[in-house]
Design a protein around this ligand. Structure first.
Ligand SMILES: Cc1cc2nc3c(=O)[nH]c(=O)nc-3n(C[C@H](O)[C@H](O)[C@H](O)COP(=O)(O)OP(=O)(O)OC[C@H]3O[C@@H](n4cnc5c(N)ncnc54)[C@H](O)[C@@H]3O)c2cc1C
Ligand code: FES
Length: 420
């Protein structure tokens, strides 16, 4: 009996000891797991702090490189790219580092052109990808309007092509603009340039290639013929070296000297028909820039093909006529239409909502107002308000004094009288 009790007590003690051992093992295992988790959390926190401080340093470095207002740049290289078309390479005169930019953005220049009583302000797209030491713009001389050949050609584009020389110093505002390619994404894109409208889309193409991205990229360029074909060798080299990039150059008016299949691929205009023949589907993000009629035709064609408007991104270099390809702006009721008086020109015009801004209404009716960026950033179109108020659909990129307005982005807020 005592023996059995002893056995039971012994067994109970053994089980107790065993249980204690199991508990101790479990406790130390849990401690090991907890310690490891705590170390992982510490490491994660450290990594987040390092990344945040790297981002802070990068942002501070970019902010230190950016500048306000005008900065002096030296022209250190000038290259003729095609007929009446030159690239101007610029490095900062103060030799301090340059901020980067998003491919598609532009520079604003203030030019002292001989014979002009005040400086001309003009915008030119950056035509290369972002570099640490220089910016490049590519400028085509603008001829007189076809119906007025007696007028002088464009002042600043002629100045750049015929007067500006290596060693000259120019005043430049920092890169700006909302028409750019998002380089953090790798969705397939179609880049389309008409004539000198190649500049922002070439910057996008170069940025894709330089980043080593394998993003599916289609590049279409439309020009009249070989004489007007800028960056021919550069585009041919990109097409030969990058499987993900498909380059198609269209000549609308090739000469006998232009060889199809070598100098260019298609003797036709860039159009919806061409896209339908070449692109596997219409499911791309489209970025395009070119003269008014080119943009109207291409944007209209893409919309006819069922490309959603949100997938079509474009920039006009001059008075924008692309809105015609988009659904017409809703017109204001006659009762709501307001009158804008242009005091200097002696014109009274009705604002009924068919124009996007006061500048476009003025230009369409022969009232001349200087413009640069046409996006509320450069200040060239500032015009004094003699009576009335204006409203802005978006924030202005610069501060505008009370009593003046940026005609390129404003609309009247009631009857308006401008000093133009
Ligand atoms: C965001 C943006 C980016 C741009 N990027 C580029 C680019 O990369 N490359 C590029 O080449 N351009 C670009 N441009 C266009 C550029 O800014 C200028 O608009 C263009 O060079 C014409 O300027 P200009 O001074 O030479 O012409 P202006 O002197 O302003 O003349 C314009 C036109 O008016 C005509 N004209 C002259 N006198 C009269 C008169 N009395 N009455 C009526 N018409 C007259 C001229 O013959 C000419 O056809 C860009 C524009 C914008 C807004
Ligand atoms: S044209 Fe540049 S702000 Fe209006």
């Amino acid at each position: 009996m005592f023996e059995q009790i002893g056995l039971i007590v012994g067994a109970a003690i053994c089980v107790g000891v065993l249980l204690q051992l199991v508990m101790m093992t479990l406790t130390s295992l849990r401690r090991v797991v907890d310690d490891r988790r705590a170390r992982e959390l510490e490491l994660e926190l450290l990594r987040t702090q390092i990344e945040a401080s790297r981002k802070r340093r990068a942002l501070t470095a970019e902010a230190e490189k950016a500048w306000e207002g005008w900065r002096k740049f030296e022209v250190f290289r000038k290259v003729v790219e095609a007929a009446d078309t030159s690239s101007i390479y610029l490095r900062p005169h103060d030799k301090r580092p340059l901020p980067g930019f998003a491919p598609g953005q532009y520079l604003t220049f203030q030019l002292n052109v001989p014979g002009q009583d005040k400086p001309l302000v003009r915008c030119y797209s950056l035509s290369d990808s972002a570099r640490e030491d220089y910016y490049r713009v590519t400028i085509k001389k603008v001829p007189p309007p076809r119906d007025k050949p007696e007028l002088p050609p464009g002042r600043s584009s002629t100045f750049f092509n015929e007067v500006v020389a290596e060693g000259d110093i120019l005043d430049v505002k920092a890169p700006h603009g909302a028409f750019y390619l998002d380089m953090t994404r790798d969705n397939p894109v179609v880049l389309i340039g008409g004539g000198i409208g190649i500049t922002p889309v070439l910057s996008m193409l170069n940025a894709i290639v330089d980043s080593g991205s394998k993003r599916e990229t289609w590049f279409f360029l439309g020009v009249r013929g070989g004489k007007d074909h800028p960056f021919k060798e550069h585009l041919q080299q990109i097409a030969a070296e990058h499987e993900n990039v498909h380059v198609h150059v269209c000549y609308s008016n090739p000469t006998d000297a232009d060889v199809e299949g070598k100098d260019y691929q298609h003797a036709e205009r860039v159009s919806k028909d061409l896209f339908q023949r070449l692109l596997p589907s219409n499911n791309y993000q489209y970025y395009l820039c070119g003269p008014g009629p080119f943009m109207e035709a291409v944007v209209g064609g893409l919309e006819d093909w069922g490309v959603p408007s949100d997938n079509i991104h474009f920039e006009a270099f001059g008075p924008a006529s692309v809105k015609k390809a988009k659904p017409p702006a809703p017109k204001t009721d006659a009762a709501e239409a307001v009158e804008i008086t242009f005091a200097k020109s002696g014109k009274k015009l009705q604002w009924d909502g068919s124009f996007e801004n006061v500048l476009e209404l003025a230009e369409a009716n022969g009232v001349m107002i200087d413009s640069g960026c046409r996006a509320g950033n450069c200040g060239t179109c500032i015009t004094a308000i003699k009576n009335g108020k204006v409203k802005y659909p978006k924030d202005t990129g610069i501060e505008v004094e009370a009593g003046s307005c940026l005609t390129c982005i404003c609309a009247p807020d009631g009857p308006l009288e401008l000093d133009a």
